[in-house]
Design a protein around this ligand. Structure first.
Ligand SMILES: Cc1ncc(COP(=O)(O)O)c(C=O)c1O
Length: 397
């Protein structure tokens, strides 16, 4: 450990509020699928900022767009239009089934916005209906509202009292969802693939059934595509796998490819906000808009979702082969959002062993591992990851 790292660690302990225990390595740079720490150790990154860096670390088109925009206009005003905001909004509406966009900064913030829009819709069009049905084990963010909406185990007791108006039902259980709908319900909100829960893929019957249920009852279907959107699942948006269209969709993570930006989109008839209902100082600021515009252009022009689909298939095939050797089971996921179950509950030890060997992977549960590499990951990098993983599995077995 160099003096520099020691000094940084001391400063971190002195100044950073404790919310999580992190390894002692301090990251200083990244390129593509790799990250480097202050001692120049290299890490193969299959977490990518928590499914954020969809084009890998510091991709040239994104860096260029941010640099160019930084010289032109950083921040106009939330009360004024800017060219980047308009261009990025139209890229999103032209390439999705939705008509209008609101830009924010984080996933939790735009999920809050989506819930506000659904409640306003309920108040204006559904006789004041305001309840939203969400799913157990879901993850929608860490604001008080989104902790209340989420179905994450253990959160029900935290930071009481919760924001009322959310009803939780089992994921992939259409009958339970139908039974939970009342005349107070204005929307059903879910992730098409539950990411933080360990990659639970919504079935075709369930997602199509929810769409039909919402149509039958006249309520809204909100898809939280913060983790599944922007090519992650092998399509630009996760809903495309199911042949349905949501009424509201939220995006974050991959939208900025590493730059913090998020959005929610809605169908025209759902857009019932009046002036003053929704806003924020930084939403739609030109620098974030230029970043999102550059990421979206790459996604679309280079057909990155198709690349993610192909690499995802190859990752799945190779994980299955490794599973035969090492006892990995239940290989699941779409595109490059995948997970496996371990033959034991020592996921944290596997993650630590991988870190020691220069590989970043995630254990969403003690019994499973999750992979969310850059969508530009190569077959060679997948093979490198599997080689290190094989080693870790035998060490931890
Ligand atoms: C599906 C989903 N929704 C919302 C969020 C929250 O996003 P943020 O951390 O940007 O607030 C996450 C983050 O992991 C997520 O996976």
């Amino acid at each position: 450990m160099t003096d520099t790292t020691e000094q940084m660690l001391r400063a971190a302990t002195e100044s950073l509020m404790y919310v999580v225990t992190r390894p002692e390595q301090v990251m200083v740079r990244g390129k593509g699928s790799y990250l480097w720490d202050a001692n120049d150790n290299r890490y193969l990154d299959f977490i990518q900022g928590w499914a954020v860096n969809c084009l890998g670390h510091c991709p040239a088109p994104l860096v260029r767009a941010i640099n160019q925009q930084a010289k032109r206009l950083l921040n106009g005003s939330p009360a004024l239009l800017n060219d980047q905001m308009i261009a990025t909004a139209s890229l999103l509406t032209r390439n999705s089934c939705l008509d209008k966009v609101w830009f924010g900064n984080s996933g939790a913030e735009v999920n809050e916005g989506a819930v506000k829009l659904a409640r306003k819709y309920g108040s204006v069009k559904l006789n004041g209906a305001h309840e939203i049905i969400t799913t157990r084990n879901s993850f929608h963010g860490r604001t008080l509202g989104m902790m209340s909406a989420s179905g994450k185990a253990g959160w029900d007791q935290l930071f009481e009292p919760k924001v009322p108006g959310f009803k939780h039902v089992d994921f992939n259980d259409l009958a339970a969802t139908r039974a939970a709908v009342t005349d107070r319900t204005c929307a059903i909100m879910l992730e098409p693939v539950q990411g933080e829960a360990g990659v639970n893929v919504g079935t075709q019957d369930y997602i199509a059934g929810l769409r039909a249920l919402c149509d039958e009852k006249g309520i809204l279907l909100i898809l939280d595509e913060i983790q599944t959107g922007i090519g992650r699942t092998g399509k630009l948006f996760g809903y495309e796998h199911y042949g349905i269209e949501p009424d509201i969709m939220t995006l974050g993570k991959g939208l900025g490819g590493g730059f913090p930006v998020a959005a929610f989109l809605a169908r025209e008839h759902v857009c019932v906000f009046e002036a003053g209902d929704q806003g924020g100082t930084y939403g739609g600021q030109p620098l974030a808009m230029a970043a999102a515009g550059a990421v979206l252009s790459q996604m679309i022009d280079k057909n990155i979702p198709e690349r993610a689909r192909k690499r995802g298939n190859s990752l799945k095939r190779k994980l299955k082969a490794l599973g035969k050797e090492t006892g990995l089971t239940n290989i699941r996921g779409l595109g490059l959002l995948q997970a496996v179950d371990l033959p034991h509950d020592r996921g944290a030890d596997v993650v630590a062993a991988a870190f020691d060997r220069g590989l970043l992977i995630n254990a969403p549960k003690p019994t499973s591992l999750r992979f969310m590499p850059a969508l530009t990951v190569t077959d060679k990098e997948i093979d490198e990851m599997l080689g290190i993983l094989r080693d870790c599995l035998s060490v931890v077995a």
